[in-house]
Design a protein. Sequence first.
Length: 220
Amino acid sequence: MDDVIRDPHEWPKTEAEAVAIQERLRPLVRVEDPPQVRTAAGLDVAYRDEDEIVAAVTVLDVTTLSVVDSAVVRGKAEFPYVPGLFAFREAPSLLAALADLSVRPDVLVCDGQGLAHPRRFGLACHLGVLTDLPAIGVGKTAMGRYEPPAEQRGSWSPLHQDDEVVGRALRTQPGVKPVFVSVGHRYTLDAACDLTLRLAPKYRLPETTRTADHLGRKQS
């Protein structure tokens, strides 16, 4: 995909610079009904050591869940690990992997957070705004408070931060720990949960995440 970044910014060197970027870009996040989704990209990062990373992207046909394109980029995380600023470690390599794709996905499914973030600007928001692609976050860990949803597949409960609903705990398989879904960009929370269930017919995690994780581990 040529010209993958629509709204570029300098990658920060300090925590203050990174927070300022998040605050500047946060108002650009749009919550809206998504376009028709035929393909979905899974994005995942594997760490070879503390800073050497392998960014993997797989593009799946949403109907068949088969992989139709993929890309892997090895890189170095230039930004330190700071809670709430994780995107600055992983986004540069993930954007490079997206640029190597030949198929432009209809939605980005990030292994991480979107609006479920202290400044309401997690990785899914950051990548969505920079590319202007629809994006959602499907995290393994809750960023906020929630009551466990009912045990059946498709059950959900609201995820709260600071008395605000920022996402949902979504049960993708009966009796299995939920995943945590939040809007990234150009999506609604209802649509994000519907897509996550479509992408997770057999396992807890969506096939987008599973295939990207497998590809990254195989290459690391």
